[in-house]
Design a protein around this ligand. Sequence first.
Ligand SMILES: NC(=O)c1ccc[n+]([C@@H]2O[C@H](COP(=O)([O-])OP(=O)(O)OC[C@H]3O[C@@H](n4cnc5c(N)ncnc54)[C@H](OP(=O)(O)O)[C@@H]3O)[C@@H](O)[C@H]2O)c1
Length: 211
Amino acid sequence: MTVVLAGATGLVGRAFVRIAGEGDYPVTAVGRRDVEGVAATIRTDFSAPLALPPADVALCALGTTMATAGSRAAFYAVDHVAVLHFAQAALAAGIRHFIVISAVGADPRSPVFYSRVKGETERDLAALGFARLDILRPGLLLGRRRERRPGEALFQRLDPVLRRLLPGPLSRYAGIPAATVAAAMLALCGQGGEGTTIHHNAELRRLASAV
Ligand SMILES: NC(=O)c1ccc[n+]([C@@H]2O[C@H](COP(=O)([O-])OP(=O)(O)OC[C@H]3O[C@@H](n4cnc5c(N)ncnc54)[C@H](OP(=O)(O)O)[C@@H]3O)[C@@H](O)[C@H]2O)c1
């Protein structure tokens, strides 16, 4: 199985590269920095259409935060435009299976800007016509980051308590380790079939447990 991965330097992307390496799956990383432990790197900042090699699956773990991006337009340029450029390049390379990390609460009609952009991105990816599209909607990602994100760090510490307070469907808002999301992505890579499927925390944990 061959994989192209955008976002290989991020929290989930790094976890994916580690797990895929253990399973000996060749990964081509696509992004603006070189990545250790992958078969190849394609350098791009995603601001313009790009070319990708043929592969079995394209994985997208791209994203930024409003704090890092600094404006709504800059956030949109990563979480929507860059994701769509990567997806269009995957389609043009003949890749039929696309897996993207979105976020719990994604909804193109959401009054919350972050959730609205995530929802619009999901909607526009679905319109591209991949044979198979897996949309992952994790809750708060748990793991050690290279940069400081004080808000996230606070919620990471509170997660064991919050988790007990979030019963039933609300549990999809609880934290989930980035490594679990990465393992779920790997499990999905090996699945055949067609259509668009959305996966929340519980399904991601179930998929990861099979890896
Ligand atoms: N944080 C959470 O709790 C949370 C919860 C649910 C869903 N999500 C979503 O899950 C996905 C993965 O999250 P993560 O925490 O693993 O991401 P992350 O650690 O922030 O990494 C993001 C990746 O996107 C790349 N990227 C960011 N801005 C870029 C730009 N302007 N040009 C090119 N590449 C850029 C980064 O590359 P560089 O290394 O070059 O910057 C990195 O590889 C994201 O879509 C995120 O929105 C996050």
